[in-house]
Write a protein that binds this ligand. Structure first.
Ligand SMILES: Nc1nc2c(ncn2[C@@H]2O[C@H](COP(=O)(O)OP(=O)(O)OP(=O)(O)O)[C@@H](O)[C@H]2O)c(=O)[nH]1
Length: 436
């Protein structure tokens, strides 16, 4: 299990007013909010973790605290304050993971106040150090999978250090290996310069020691990418998810939803890919699996669906609204304009939203991923990345290129198709996994 988000204490509930009880009651025209139905505990063959898992949020994960866990373990203080957003319908998300869910649901605001250690202002956390200490067995298992996933990238870099001498040949080989791993010219040069400095300073004599110094230099380079996703500062937190076709957007949203729901968050999905029926269906399957609501519409304007979803999320006191958009290339300018419109219209529904604009990139695309980050960032002002398919890739170095050239935080990385194959990004873990 994991906990990947931090929850800020929501402001003393604003729009409490009108929770529309049923899943529908969507304002405006068409979109059809589909209740995530009665879904039985375990749908067909849900991604492995679903069955293996829901040890309801224990909050024992690395550098992110799990405020919902606190709430569930010890039922939040009798929601004294008239609180905020009364959760209307017995939020579907909850049925499956009784403990964490129900509690937070009904009284989001005060709960967080009650949440013991939570007041901590969120944002950028000195991530790494705490992590190792807090890391439970699950984190260890994840690290093993990450290592296995990055083996293709790592083995060629690691082979540089099998010799006995630290000489120019070693640095040349390393340069080649880093470039082949799609680390990019700038990041590669920076790493080599930094490595030479560290080697000199430490008077290292063994290639193995050089490898450890490289891990340090890489960690430092990647560190700016570490940042937790913050949930709870706004209610709902509106997250718009974008990316090229097939990058893994919908799958990542599904995984994220599962984890959020199991942390006790109430999630609403918005299927803003209104053109492709398969895309909507795929998201619908994830909604059913996670027993969360979805706003979906056949045809029509993706921006309108997003607007309605945000409105519905506000009215129903959801913690998170996740907007899935259709895949597109950044060179398809009219489609990029469509994304900008979705963004604008979301802001009309909630002036502070979207709170996150996440780009999903396929780790296999190497340097092209960097081009995608640049283009989507220019168009949409990204707040974070999800990097998928780092399993089996020989191009894992691209994160170093991103850190060097366009350091948009990496909220999550994916190393497989199963639920548990999505985790928070940690610079040192990644550097170590990358170097084998
Ligand atoms: N190996 C691996 N496969 C993944 C990962 N994440 C997603 N996938 C697979 O990638 C494929 C595409 O994923 P989708 O979630 O449909 O991608 P999408 O970006 O929503 O696609 P469009 O809606 O067409 O734009 C699916 O087969 C997923 O199972 C990952 O981390 N590792």
């Amino acid at each position: 299990m994991f906990s990947f988000f931090k929850k800020k204490s929501p402001p003393p509930s604003a729009d409490a007013a009108t929770p529309s009880t049923t899943p529908s009651a969507t304002p405006g025209a068409a979109p059809t909010p589909v209740p995530a139905t009665q879904a039985p505990a375990q749908p067909a063959q849900p991604p492995a973790a679903a069955s293996a898992a829901p040890a309801p949020a224990a909050g024992a994960f690395g550098w992110l605290r799990n405020p919902f866990a606190g709430k569930s373990a010890a039922p939040p203080a009798p929601a004294s304050a008239p609180t905020s957003v009364p959760e209307p319908a017995p939020a579907p998300a909850n049925t499956q993971a009784p403990a964490p869910i129900s509690a937070p649901v009904s009284a989001p605001a005060p709960a967080s106040a009650a949440a013991p250690a939570a007041p901590a202002p969120i944002a950028a956390e000195p991530a790494a150090p705490a992590q190792a200490a807090a890391a439970p067995a699950e984190r260890k298992g994840w690290l093993d999978r990450l290592k296995a996933g990055l083996r293709k990238t790592g083995s060629s870099i690691a082979s540089v250090f099998t010799g006995t001498q630290i000489d120019d040949a070693l640095y040349d080989e390393l340069e080649e290996a880093l470039l082949l791993a799609d680390t990019g010219v700038q990041a590669t040069q920076r790493l080599l310069t930094e490595l030479r400095r560290r080697v000199k300073e430490s008077k290292a004599t063994e290639p193995a020691a050089v490898k450890a110094l490289l891990a340090d230099a890489l960690t430092e380079l990647l560190r700016p990418l570490e940042k937790p996703l913050v949930i709870g500062e706004h209610q709902p937190t509106v997250i718009m998810v974008v990316g090229v076709n097939g990058a893994g957007k919908t799958t990542s949203i599904g995984k994220l939803t599962w984890h959020l729901a199991h942390e006790g968050a109430h999630v609403l999905l918005a299927a803003a890919d209104t053109f492709r029926a398969a895309a909507r269906e795929q998201l619908g399957v994830w909604a059913d699996r996670n027993m969360v609501e979805i706003v979906s519409q056949e045809g029509g304007d993706p921006a309108a669906v997003s607007f309605d979803a945000v409105q519905a999320g506000k009215a129903r006191g959801k913690d998170v609204v996740l907007v899935d958009t259709a895949g597109r290339l950044p060179t398809q300018l009219h489609l990029m304009e469509e994304l900008k419109k979705i963004r604008r219209v979301i802001t009309k529904a909630e002036p502070t939203a979207p709170h996150e604009v996440l780009l999903v990139i396929d780790g296999n695309t190497g340097q092209n991923a960097l081009a995608q980050v640049r283009a989507f960032d220019d168009a949409l002002q990204l707040t974070g990345l999800i990097v998928t398919k780092l399993d089996g890739t020989a191009k894992g170095g691209v994160l170093a290129a991103i850190a060097q050239e366009r350091p948009v935080p990496v909220y999550f990385i994916g190393v497989g198709e199963k639920l548990e194959d999505l985790e928070t990004f940690d610079a040192r873990e990644f550097a170590q996994a990358l170097l084998g």
